[in-house]
Design a protein around this ligand. Structure first.
Ligand code: SF4
Length: 342
């Protein structure tokens, strides 16, 4: 492991100043992903600034009926909170579908959405990877792609030598639920405070796959705000994976359904395990808006959403199976929610 300096400042503002002043500095919260990367040589900071005891660990009611999750609240604490379980079951279910009890006891609200891809090449410093080592190429093209993206990737087979190529997926279950809940991200940075809609926090690879989010260097998540859901809304999270626990999603679905009247619903759908970012299925939502959530309607909506999907071939058989699996998982999730709203 590369040696680094460790700092535990006295305030959030001081921590932000410390990281902003050192280009090779990083924040440390629960450390469940960063510490792995320090050991693997994936992360090689000169300075690690510990904010674990600086940001709030509180889960508090907001005046509009929503909830504020302090950045230092743990995944276990949020999943167990009565208000979360009653008002945002999709979030509690997503958290409990992620990792293990030990990891959830340590991982934080602020850190979970910032965890990095589990692409095997990203974590293996002997291989080419544009995300870890910009411009080096992408070893996943023609390699292992079972866990890789089918949405938000180029129509043509990606060029493994192009510096912008990356077909990695975002690994967080929590982030998929937060996308469906229209969460708001509270951030403190060198330029002050700002609020980022959760849907805008993560980015597609674009011309710089090394950047997972729109956060600038030195910006720290201080809280996540959950807006209130409409009266009568029902929500759920469904995750499909290779084994029953401690595995990342092949596909996952976070959905919120509100009955507007007889045969008419508003639905929000976010998809996990299929793109570089938590994927809000806005095309499917538009197709379904105001209509009945029959199986045929949901299948038609998903056909519209997945029209631009690009399965990736690979030495493991590729990931084309995700296309029908996504549709089936959305159908099952919405059927469960429709039955719950009756
Ligand atoms: Fe790296 Fe992305 Fe390619 Fe994986 S898919 S090897 S993370 S550039």
């Amino acid at each position: 492991m590369k040696p680094f300096a460790y700092a535990r400042p006295g305030s959030v503002a001081e921590a932000v100043r410390d990281v902003a002043a050192e280009p090779a500095a990083v924040f440390l919260a629960g450390g469940t992903n960063l510490v792995d990367h320090l050991k693997l040589g994936v992360a090689r900071p000169d300075l690690v600034v510990d904010v674990r005891t600086l940001t709030s660990r509180e889960i508090s009611d907001l005046p509009d009926g929503g909830l504020r999750l302090g950045a230092a609240s743990t995944n276990s604490e949020v999943a167990a909170d009565r208000r979360v379980r009653e008002r945002y079951p999709v979030l509690a279910e997503a958290l409990l579908a992620g990792a293990t009890g030990q990891l959830r006891n340590t991982a934080t609200t602020g850190g979970n959405p910032l965890q990095r891809t589990r692409c095997v090449y990203f974590q293996d410093v002997t291989t080419a990877c544009n995300k870890r080592d910009p411009g080096s190429g992408c070893s996943a093209v023609g390699g292992y792609t079972r866990h890789h993206a089918v949405l938000g990737v180029p129509a043509a087979l990606p060029d493994p030598t192009a510096p912008e190529t990356c077909t990695a997926t975002h690994p967080s279950d929590m982030a998929v639920a937060l996308a469906a809940l229209d969460a708001q991200v509270q951030v403190l940075g060198p330029a002050g405070e700002r609020t980022i809609p959760f849907a805008d926090l993560h980015r597609l690879p674009g011309d710089d796959p090394s950047r997972d989010t729109v956060l600038e260097h030195g910006e720290l998540i201080t809280a996540l705000d959950l807006p209130p859901l409409p009266a009568g809304a029902r929500s759920a999270y469904r995750k499909v994976r290779d084994r029953a626990s401690y595995a990342f999603a092949l596909v996952s679905v976070a959905a919120v359904v509100t009955a507007d009247g007889p045969g008419s619903s508003t639905v929000r759908i976010a998809l996990g395990g299929v793109a570089h970012k938590p994927w809000r299925a806005t095309r499917a939502e538009q197709v379904l808006r105001g209509g009945p959530l029959t199986e045929d309607a949901v299948r038609a909506a998903m056909a519209a959403e997945l029209a631009a999907a690009q399965p990736q071939p690979g030495i493991d058989g590729g990931n084309g199976f995700k296309i029908p699996l996504l549709t089936r998982t959305v159908v099952a999730t919405l059927r469960e929610l429709v039955e719950a709203t009756r």
